[in-house]
Design a protein around this ligand. Structure first.
Ligand SMILES: O=c1ccn([C@H]2C[C@H](O)[C@@H](COP(=O)(O)OP(=O)(O)OP(=O)(O)O)O2)c(=O)[nH]1
Ligand SMILES: [Mg+2]
Length: 155
């Protein structure tokens, strides 16, 4: 489905497993295209695994793809991504993989080949030039961070 505001970016994709469907947006306005895994896997509570998706892509320069968790898996099964969001660099040509972890304290999680395990968000990214200085310009926040504005539970 075409976005009326901005046309989609064209991305070359290789299917490393011909039986697994390509990543797809489930609805026209979705930000993420769901990624599937090519393997069966069972994760004990607290266990993590590197799951293959059966695809590799060539992003245009100036883009990156981010591997985000799926909320449904998180709320129903306690599945998180260890490195969320995973960063796929424009120059990466290897298989996209997903580092899942089972955060449920009691129940194992089972993935079946073809299951949708994560979602891929494509974004334009800025490149920075870093200019070293002795002093940074001032700001209202200054060095306050990590709860400096309050509103969090006392520790
Ligand atoms: O969830 C992810 C994260 C990364 N990658 C791939 C694509 C990315 O371009 C490459 C390297 O990722 P990253 O830079 O996050 O890892 P690193 O530990 O810094 O590895 P490297 O030294 O290869 O950059 O691994 C994935 O397939 N899935
Ligand atoms: Mg890196």
């Amino acid at each position: 489905m075409t976005d009326p505001v901005r046309p989609p970016v064209d991305i070359l994709i290789r299917r490393l497993d011909p039986e697994i469907p390509l990543p797809a947006y489930e609805h026209p306005g979705d930000a993420g295209a769901d990624l599937r895994t090519t393997v069966d896997a069972e994760l004990a509570p607290g266990e993590r695994a590197l799951l293959p998706t059966g695809i590799s892509i060539a992003l245009p320069d100036g883009y990156a793809a981010f591997v985000h968790p799926r909320s449904g898996l998180a709320v129903r099964c306690g599945v998180a991504l260890v490195n969320a969001p995973g960063t796929v660099d424009a120059g990466y040509r290897g298989e996209i993989k997903v580092i899942v972890v089972n955060l449920d304290p009691k129940e194992p999680v089972r993935f079946k080949r073809g299951d949708r395990i994560a979602q891929l968000v494509i974004q334009q990214v800025e490149k920075a030039r870093f200019h070293e200085v002795g002093e940074l310009p001032g700001s209202l926040r200054a060095e306050g961070g990590f709860g400096s504005t309050g509103g969090h539970a006392a520790v």
